[in-house]
Ligand binder design. Structure first.
Ligand code: UTP
Length: 207
């Protein structure tokens, strides 16, 4: 079984014990499942993008800064698997022997889109977005505690809730519009889970 996981940057916190548990858990699962992990940039990306934006850097340049942060996280995650190199392109990632860990690729989208592109390229069985909320809500649950969680949602409805365009570097919605377009085109079963909930993550991987 081939599974692509877009691991949100919020899950990759080097100082937290949660992070070690997640990495070790994924390592164990990678012995049974072909795992392709795409890491987000999290706070590091946002901090650096914010600082460089104040200096007047272009959006494309800010995206490049974000990509470097996602790759820093990918290098850290790759250490769980005893690796010291990460692929920079979808093509190289699709040819590599799993477990594969990578970060971003080119400006103009988030790592969720990279995950969707990789899932399309390798014909993955499922695509999992592991983030720091429990699923897709009708509003941001961090801002509105009464936001309603969807148990499932059609990709058409989700697309009607968000923009198809890439906005600004560092800006984030639960899934970016470019990823949604690829998910709709490929029909790949996609799951949004809280990556810190190991049971939920494992259940999602094994179905
Ligand atoms: P992320 O994928 O981490 O964005 O990439 P995010 O939406 O903030 O995701 P979370 O919060 O970590 O889950 C960070 C930034 O890096 C640039 C974008 O600017 C993005 O917002 N980026 C990343 C790219 O331009 N291309 C890529 O392939 C990946």
């Amino acid at each position: 079984m081939k599974v692509v996981i877009s691991l949100g940057g919020s899950i990759i916190s080097p100082n937290e014990t949660d992070f070690i548990k997640i990495g070790e858990h994924l390592k164990k699962i990678s012995k049974e499942v072909d795992l392709y992990i795409v890491t987000g940039g999290g706070k590091t990306a946002r901090k650096y993008i914010k600082a460089a934006r104040k200096l007047g850097a272009s959006e494309k340049f800010l995206d490049r800064i974000g990509i470097e942060a996602t790759r820093l996280n990918a290098l850290l995650m790759s250490a769980f698997f005893g690796q010291e190199n990460i692929p920079f392109t979808i093509e190289d990632a699709s040819k590599a022997k799993p477990p594969v860990v990578m970060g971003g690729t080119t400006p103009g989208h988030s790592t969720d889109a990279v995950g969707a592109m990789l899932a399309r390229e390798i014909n993955a069985d499922k695509f999992i977005i592991a983030t720091d909320v429990d699923g897709i809500y009708d509003e941001d649950p961090k801002k509105n505690p009464h936001a309603k969680k969807y148990d499932s949602i059609s990709i058409k409805k989700l697309r009607s809730m968000i923009s198809d365009e890439w906005g600004k570097a560092g800006e984030s919605f639960i899934i970016d519009g470019i990823a949604c377009r690829i998910i709709e085109e490929t029909g790949i079963p996609t799951y949004v889970v809280n990556g810190k909930n190991l049971e939920s993550l494992e259940n999602t991987i094994y179905g």
